[in-house]
Design a protein around this ligand. Sequence first.
Ligand code: HEC
Ligand code: HEC
Ligand code: HEC
Length: 114
Amino acid sequence: MKRILLGIALLMAVVGAFTATGTAANRGPAEIDIFGGSRGKVPFPHARHQDRLGDCNVCHSVFPQETDAIQTMKASGALTSKQVMNAQCIKCHKAEKRAGKPFGPLTCNTCHVR
Ligand code: HEC
Ligand code: HEC
Ligand code: HEC
C-alpha cells in the first residue's frame, strides 16, 4: 500500500513539474516591450491580459505566439502599421471603457514611452 501511494505521489510530482514548465514556456514573457516606431516602445503587461481575458486568440488569431511576430508581419506586409494598435489594443480599451469596466490606456503617451 505504502509503495503504491509513494508511486502515485512520485507520478504526480513528475506530471506537475512538466505542466508547470510547459505552461511557463508557452505563455511567453509576463511583460513585453512592443516595437512602437517613432513614438517609442510600448510596455505591454502580457500576463495581466492573459489572466484577465482568458482567451489567447483574442490577440493571437491575428499574429502568432512568437517573438517579434508583429514586426515580422508588418515587414512582410501581412499587417499594416498601427493595425494591432487600432484594431486590438485601442478598440478593446474603448469598448471596456464604454461598458463601464476597468480599461487600458487610450492616449498616445500612456502606451508609448521613449
Ligand atoms: C491582449 C493581447 C494578447 C493576449 C490575450 C495574449 N497575448 Fe501573447 N502576445 C501578445 C503580444 C502583443 C505579443 C508580442 C508580439 C511581438 O513581439 O510582436 C505576444 C507574444 C507572445 C509569445 C511570444 C513571446 C516571445 O517574445 O517569445 C507567446 C509564446 C505568447 N504571446 C503566448 C500567449 C499565450 C499562451 C496566451 C494565452 C494564455 C497569450 N499569449 C495571450 C499579446 C497577447
Ligand atoms: C493602447 C496602447 C496604444 C495607444 C493608446 C497608442 N498606441 Fe501607437 N502603437 C501601439 C502598439 C502596440 C504599436 C505596435 C503595433 C502596431 O503597429 O499596430 C503601436 C505603433 C505605433 C506607431 C508605429 C507604427 C510603425 O509601424 O512604425 C506609431 C507611429 C504610433 N503607434 C503612434 C501612436 C499615436 C500618435 C498615438 C496616439 C494618437 C498612439 N500611437 C496611441 C500601442 C498604442
Ligand atoms: C480584448 C481586450 C484588450 C485588448 C485586445 C488589449 N487590452 Fe490592454 N487592457 C485591457 C483591460 C480590460 C485592461 C485593464 C486591466 C486591469 O485593470 O487589470 C487593460 C490594461 C492595459 C494596460 C494598463 C495596465 C496597467 O498597469 O494599468 C496597458 C499598458 C495595456 N492594456 C496595453 C495594451 C496593448 C499595448 C494592447 C495591444 C497589444 C492591449 N492592451 C490589448 C483589455 C485589452
